[in-house]
Design a protein around this ligand. Structure first.
Ligand SMILES: NC(=O)C1=CN([C@@H]2O[C@H](COP(=O)(O)OP(=O)(O)OC[C@H]3O[C@@H](n4cnc5c(N)ncnc54)[C@H](OP(=O)(O)O)[C@@H]3O)[C@@H](O)[C@H]2O)C=CC1
Ligand SMILES: O=C(O)CCC(=O)C(=O)O
Length: 424
């Protein structure tokens, strides 16, 4: 096929190129037609907005915000909003495409999108973050909508920001529109189970993979990179299922205890310490890079992109990697990891529990009804297990790594739907 080659990869990998290189391999394995490949490789829409905000000091600071809609072939686009100082359009483009593949892997009726604002929420007051969130929502008023594009939390955002977004959007519509965003506080239409959903999906797929690898959870050790929403819930739930969590980390560094870290204590410490593990004394400090190469059974990267690279991949000793974060493994590292025989449950499968429960939240909002936590968890666990089995079977049938199998499952579904719809 005459595909256009992605640009050569730099040492630090551009996330969009990382996504494209896997997309290309999976498309070739599937024998995807070039026309369809060309449709799916580009985002459908990219919006960049300039957001002037009055800071607490009285001066005006201008922020840049993004929303990229990769695809609406399977349904309204869905994806989180990231607040981080490193957010840029290429990152948002990659994250939007990953959302398309993720929704298709777990078979929910959404396309993919992602948003972000280049800002450092750690240095901003709640008032400044609120004004920024409202300005971003207002700038995206023609993009968002419960049948068009439905945002959710990602790194640096949570229920608080989703509440402001829902309120700002609702004001412009003259009525409460809670289905315009998911990951809201429970009292205003959020779903039970959404906060822990991504970490729970990591736990469910990790256990499914451990079963295939014949690793006994009650004797298994684990290291988790990132101790925010995804990492802390994954650590907590894996610990509940018997795993010994030997290491956790955040920006302040990594914390190691061979006998296992008391995750409840670590969560309580973080919550009392302005969200940081800095100064946590129940473990010894190691570096984030040391954490990735610990001799554990299961490694859960749950922080950000490009953490497992060609440089550290040769030193990874885990038997199983379960990707809580989006894009934590560079495409160059893939080959090394595969060569070493390490199983990877890829991001678009492992962390899909979040968007699955976001879908349930949207369904509940539209029905004006509330499900119990038990119902949410049972249904999302079923979806995650089925998706794991489907991807695992594809990887066995085509003799490809789990990551390529997941892309194949997703691309096949989106491409078939595109054809049935008759193109545009
Ligand atoms: N929230 C969700 O539902 C979903 C999130 N994801 C993905 O999971 C990942 C984490 O998201 P989420 O948990 O929501 O984000 P949070 O902002 O809640 O947490 C991010 C965590 O990663 C830590 N971190 C950031 N950079 C580094 C680093 N270089 N080394 C070690 N730790 C670091 C942060 O530390 P500190 O607190 O010190 O800054 C924090 O503990 C992202 O890739 C996101 O896209 C995927 C699916 C759904
Ligand atoms: O919950 C959602 O809708 C999207 C979550 C998200 O951004 C992700 O899965 O990466």
């Amino acid at each position: 096929m005459g595909y256009i080659e992605p640009a050569p990869l730099a040492d630090k990998e551009n996330p969009f190129e990382a996504m494209m290189s896997r997309f290309k391999v999976a498309s070739e394995k599937l024998g995807l037609e070039e026309e369809v490949y060309n449709v799916l490789k580009n985002p459908a829409k990219q919006v960049i907005v300039s957001l002037p905000i009055t800071m607490d000091s009285g001066h005006i600071q201008v922020f840049e915000g993004y929303r990229v809609i990769h695809s609406t072939i399977l349904g309204p686009s869905k994806g989180g909003i990231r607040y981080d100082e490193h957010v840029n359009i290429d990152e948002v483009k990659a994250l939007a495409a990953w959302m398309t593949w993720k929704c298709a892997v777990v078979d929910i009726p959404y396309g993919g999108a992602k948003g972000g604002i280049t800002c450092n929420p750690r240095t901003m007051s709640a008032g400044e973050i609120e004004r920024l969130t409202r300005a971003y929502t207002s700038a995206m008023i023609d993009i968002f909508g419960p049948d068009k594009d439905i945002p959710a939390p990602d790194m640096g955002t949570g229920p608080r920001e989703m509440a402001w977004l829902m309120d700002e959007y609702s004001k412009t519509q003259g009525m409460t529109v809670n289905a315009v965003v998911t990951g809201k506080p429970i009292v205003m239409g959020g779903s039970l189970g959404r906060t822990e959903a991504t970490g729970r999906g990591v736990m469910v797929t990790a256990l499914a993979a451990m079963e295939k690898l014949k690793i006994n959870p009650y004797k298994a050790t684990c290291a988790v990179q990132g101790f925010g929403n995804v990492g802390s819930w994954a650590a907590r739930l894996l610990h509940e299922r018997g795993l010994i969590i030997q290491a956790i980390s955040d920006v302040s560094g990594a914390y190691y205890n061979e006998k296992g870290i008391d995750i409840e204590k670590a969560v309580a410490y973080r919550d009392m310490n302005k969200g940081s593990l800095a100064g946590f004394t129940e473990a010894s400090m190691i570096s984030n890079d040391d954490l990735l190469t610990l001799p554990v059974d299961v490694l859960v990267p749950a922080a950000m992109e490009d953490q497992i690279t060609a440089t550290n991949a040769p030193h990874i000793r885990a038997k199983l990697i379960v990707e809580g974060a989006n894009g934590p493994t560079s495409s160059k590292a893939d080959a090394i990891i595969n060569e070493k025989g390490i199983m990877v449950v890829p991001d678009i499968l492992a962390n899909a529990g979040g968007v699955t429960v976001s879908y349930f939240e949207w369904v509940q909002n539209r029905l004006g009804y509330k499900w119990t936590a038990d119902r949410v968890n049972r249904r999302s666990d079923r979806i995650m297990k089925d998706a794991f089995n489907n991807v695992y079977k594809t990887s066995q049938d085509y003799k490809v790594p789990m990551r390529i199998a997941a892309y194949m499952v997703a691309i096949d579904k989106v491409a078939k739907t595109y054809k049935y719809r008759g193109g545009y």
